[in-house]
Structures are given as structure tokens and as C-alpha cells.
Design a protein around this ligand. Structure first.
Ligand SMILES: *Cc1c(COP(=O)(O)O)cnc(C)c1O
Length: 224
């Protein structure tokens, strides 16, 4: 099916308040332009180099989201333009993003990545680790970052109950952090969860941002 048809199907299935990040990793510029020409302006990538190259080649009103694991020494490349970094899992990373944000005279929006899956391969903080960061003096003096919410990835499984439990858990952690650290901050409002295979479940559990790749652009070819 075409990118246009896929986008239409997904947009018809998600409520107005849920933001769709079209995950374009591994897909060519031409595919992104197809979606862009249909009015879609929010794209996500998981590698810094690919994100930078695509940002350079494409219209500047695109909102770019970094959704992949991030190394501190690469933040400088995306700091001038990135709209939201979904994958922050340490104070060290927050401090570095703040530093690069200052250099670019901007405030960079981030999400705390929370570990909710039963898979060793996934990244993220648990509730206590997130609390520890938000409680710290070091965090409190970072003025050029805005923590806008949380992000998580469910276990890769067919078991719907497992996935639903993990999404509910992320919503629970969001609610806890919101009450404890952001009760007076309306900017802390996002729960980034749900991909091609599980975004409907994620929305049922309160997702506000879904990250959908293969269902829009087709299967990824990593051999190229
Ligand atoms: C690749 C990726 C997605 C999109 O996955 P699909 O299954 O293709 O929808 C979402 N989130 C993250 C963090 C990813 O790396």
C-alpha cells in the first residue's frame, strides 16, 4: 500500500490529541517527501548521523524527533534543530543537552526514557532512578532543558496482556512523576508509547505521542 493510504488509515484511527511521529529511519528522503507533501510534518529518527543528513536535505518546517539511544558526544549535532529528544536516560545526558542548548540559545524539550519491558536489550530508567534525577540539585539548575514527559517501549511479544500491563505501568509512572515534580508545570504532559504493532493499545493506556514506522513506510531494509 502507498504511504498516503497508510498515513490516512492511521490518522483515522487515532484521536485528535495524539501526536503521530512518522519514524523514517532507514527510509529514503523521497519517502519522507511523500508524507510531507500530504501535510505530515513530524518525523522521528534513531541515529544522529541520519537525522542530521535528513534535516539538511529537507524543508525546514519539519519537526524532528530523536527517538534512539543517544551518546553525549553527538548531542551537539542535533542541538540546533531537534524538537524533542525521547530517549534521555541519565543525568549526564541531561547536563550535556543543557550545555548544547545554551550554546544554541534555546530550550530543548526532552522525555525521560523509562524501562518498562522484560528485555535486557532495552534502555531506560526505573521510577526510582527518574525520581533521583528530578530530585537532584544538579538537575534543578539546568535551565535550558524542559522535561515534557516520559517515553517507553513495550516488550516485543504477541502477548497483548504483557504489552498492556507495561503501557499501564508507564502511565502510572508518568502520573507519579507529574504529581511529585511537575504538578505546577503544564509542559510535563507527554507519554510517548506505541509503535506500528501496538499503538492502539498504547492509546488505550493514555499515550499522547505514538511513534510509527513500518506501518507508514513499509518494512525496513537494514542491508543497504
Ligand atoms: C523504529 C522505532 C519505532 C517504530 O517502529 P515500527 O515498529 O516500525 O513502527 C518506534 N520507536 C522507536 C524507539 C524505534 O526505534
Amino acid at each position: 500500500m502507498s504511504i498516503a493510504k497508510n498515513l490516512e488509515i492511521i490518522k483515522n484511527e487515532i484521536p485528535q490529541h495524539v501526536k503521530l511521529v512518522a519514524v523514517s529511519k532507514t527510509h529514503p528522503i523521497e519517502s519522507i517527501i511523500q508524507a510531507y507533501n500530504l501535510g505530515h510534518k513530524i518525523f522521528g529518527e534513531n541515529k544522529v548521523q541520519e537525522l542530521v543528513q535528513k534535516h539538511e536535505s529537507l524543508p525546514k518546517d519539519i519537526e524532528w524527533h530523536m527517538i534512539g539511544h543517544l551518546q553525549t558526544n553527538k548531542i551537539k549535532f542535533i542541538a540546533p534543530f531537534v524538537s524533542l529528544i525521547h530517549s534521555v536516560d541519565s543525568l549526564k545526558l541531561l547536563k550535556e543537552i543543557n550545555k548544547e542548548a545554551i550554546k544554541n540559545n534555546r530550550i530543548i524539550n526532552v522525555l525521560l526514557e523509562i524501562f518498562i519491558a522484560h528485555e535486557e536489550t532495552k534502555f531506560g530508567l526505573n521510577q526510582d532512578e527518574a525520581s533521583e534525577i528530578l530530585n537532584s540539585k544538579e538537575y534543578s539548575i539546568l535551565k535550558n532543558i524542559q522535561v515534557c514527559g516520559v517515553m517507553g517501549m513495550a516488550t516485543y511479544t504477541e502477548n497483548i496482556k504483557t504489552i498492556k500491563t507495561e503501557f499501564d505501568n508507564l502511565k502510572h509512572i508518568f502520573t507519579f512523576l507529574k504529581a511529585k515534580y511537575f504538578s505546577k508545570n503544564p509542559d510535563f504532559k507527554e507519554i510517548s508509547m506505541g509503535m506500528s504493532s501496538d499503538f492502539k493499545l498504547a492509546i488505550e493506556s493514555g499515550s499522547t505521542i505514538i511513534r510509527v514506522g513500518s506501518m507508514i513506510f513499509g518494512e525496513r531494509d537494514y542491508s543497504k
